[in-house]
Design a protein around this ligand. Structure first.
Ligand code: SAH
Length: 345
């Protein structure tokens, strides 16, 4: 079977090339064609000898997602792309225009098995992990499609990055690699629902990649109900892992907290949250709830969002409210999902 070359890390591509009896410097060239120029066949790699191009096409193939649809939010600030992968599965990717740059929000799995009660991504369970190449292609092809240079990447689409750790780390190394798109680690954020071993692994990677943790509750009782992952990794362990991330990277952690009316938005919850985060280098990002058809939760009115924010601020917590992007095209936080093409979406 042919090797899916874009699913490999730089080091793995190097061994592959030297394994074909070629000198090491060819790896740099091939990597650059694949990950910076985004070519889709070996024939186009014009600085390689014809013999090597032929051997590569015999031994490997280059993945290429097919764009199925492209929907633009009314304000032009967000575009949602639906890509079809080589096995027919589909994934969603969101392109976000901001004052300071262009962000791509990528998916890391088809579906998700974490089962957070308020999120659309877990509705049909996990279908499969994405390869590192399928993650990379979302950035590469979204840049090609929009013609705009991507400056920031967030792993906040469908799926749990730390439930697909090896491929996520391969992706992170490739996307920051000098011969690829070379996106600065500080411009990349990985968001996790709280898979503790993944947080330690990211800390040890020493890449300066930003960490966001979906918290959504300040105590175990409530978090157990909203997020099944908490039964495996309770808050005490989660917070300890975050301390380790801060110690290793010197970077602050972002805690995402989606406000659910009557569930986690009471003043007492703000107090508990401030106590939980006391002494940790962090920042809370409050997310207004986005609508998900299968879920019954209600959003919190804007004045109560402000009240919750002020309650945290008054207790010394750094806090902001996330501006929702892409709500009209179901591209906002928690709205990405797995579509079955045959059932007509
Ligand atoms: N699995 C990772 C990456 C997803 S990021 C994680 O859980 O962090 C998507 C973010 O949107 C997460 O913080 C998630 O908890 C949040 N979210 C999920 N459903 C939402 C909804 N209906 N409204 C607003 N935010 C939601």
């Amino acid at each position: 079977m042919k090797v899916d070359i874009k699913s490999l890390s730089f080091e793995e591509i190097r061994s592959f090339i030297t394994g074909l009896g070629e000198p090491e410097f060819r790896a740099q060239q091939v990597f650059n064609w694949l990950f910076a120029k985004g070519v889709v066949n070996f024939e186009s790699m014009s600085n390689l000898p014809a013999r090597l191009r032929e051997r590569l096409s015999e031994a490997a193939f280059i993945s290429e997602p097919v764009l199925v649809s492209r929907r633009v939010n009314g304000d032009g600030l967000a575009v949602k792309f639906l890509y079809r992968l080589s096995d027919g599965e589909t994934i969603e990717t969101v392109f976000i225009r901001r004052l300071w740059g262009r962000t791509v929000c990528i998916s890391t799995q088809v579906g998700c098995r974490m089962g957070c009660r308020f999120c659309a991504s877990g509705v049909g369970g996990l279908v499969r992990n994405l390869t590192a190449g399928e993650m990379y292609d979302q950035v590469l092809f979204t840049q090609k499609e929009t013609g705009e240079r991507i400056s920031h990447v967030v792993l906040m689409g469908m799926g749990e990055p730390f439930d697909n750790l090896e491929n996520t780390f391969r992706f992170l190394r490739n996307i920051t690699h000098p011969a690829g798109l070379k996106i600065g680690a500080r411009r990349i954020t990985v968001s996790t629902c709280g898979v503790v071993p993944g947080i330690y692994a990211l800390a040890r990677l020493r890449l300066q990649v930003g960490l966001a943790v979906s918290l959504h509750a300040p105590n175990d009782d409530l978090r157990n109900k909203l997020m099944p992952v908490n039964r495996r990794y309770p808050l005490s362990e989660l917070i300890q892992a975050c301390r380790e991330y801060v110690r290793c990277t010197g970077r602050r952690v972002t805690f995402e907290y989606t406000l659910l009316s009557g569930i986690n938005d009471q003043p007492q919850k703000a107090e508990q949250l401030a106590n939980l985060l006391n002494g940790l280098l962090c920042h809370v990002n409050l997310i207004p709830l986005n609508r998900v058809a299968e879920r019954e939760f209600l959003p919190v009115p804007p004045e109560r969002v402000v009240a919750f924010k002020n309650a945290l601020r008054d207790r010394g917590v750094a806090v902001t409210v996330r501006r929702s992007v892409g709500g009209q095209i179901a591209a906002a936080c928690g709205q990405l999902r797995h579509y079955h093409e045959r059932s007509g979406r």
